[in-house]
Design a protein. Structure first.
Length: 168
């Protein structure tokens, strides 16, 4: 059985992530989306909440599972019998950091390959951090994230701020 993992922070998942998941799921029998705890970052959403949003977003996509993980991505891959780590690439800004991670992961686990999928052009500008910033400042990001995320973002940043600024 061909298994791949797609690790990330997903704080929160957006349409660019979802596009990568849909396309990667066509290439592998099983795709395990790994929601990283990542103690060095200070996420807006806790790991279980991030995973829950991803689960709701991928409902109905065949072969996709969602789990949280702590520790090394390659250890997560090995636990799932995955030989491939999927990463999405938006632009050159991602390339350096992703190459470094791919090379380190290769050192740690030479049997595991990193596979880069270029983002679809319509999502090339999306990032979770920008989406959070815009939502905090009252901009409407509902077209950029799955419905499950819209509700939770509203709960975090406040609906009145959001709708008031957008409509005025
Ligand atoms: O969505 P992100 O924040 O770009 O995802 C980064 C992530 C979670 C994939 C990366 O930080 C990671 O792999 N973390 C797990 C710890 C690890 O394996 N570190 C060494 C990677 S070379």
């Amino acid at each position: 059985m061909s298994v791949a993992i797609y690790p990330g922070s997903f704080d929160p998942i957006h349409r660019g992530h979802l596009d990568i998941i849909v396309r990667a799921a066509r290439l592998f029998e099983v795709l395990v989306v790994g929601v990283a705890h990542n103690p060095t970052k200070q996420p807006l959403f806790g790991p279980e909440e991030r995973a829950e949003m991803v689960r709701e977003a991928v409902e109905g996509i065949t072969g996709v599972r969602v789990e949280t993980f702590e520790g090394l991505t390659v250890a997560f891959a090995r636990r799932h019998g995955a030989r491939v780590i999927i990463k999405g690439l938006r632009a050159t800004m991602d390339f350096d950091a992703e190459m470094k991670m791919a090379m380190m992961n290769r050192r740690l686990a030479p049997e595991i390959e990193t596979l880069f999928l270029p983002t679809s052009p319509e999502y090339a500008d999306l990032s979770s951090s920008l989406i959070k910033e815009v939502a905090r400042l009252g901009g409407d990001v509902s077209a950029l994230v799955p419905p499950a995320v819209v509700e939770r973002l509203v709960a975090k940043v406040g609906r009145s701020v959001w709708t008031a600024s957008w409509n005025s």
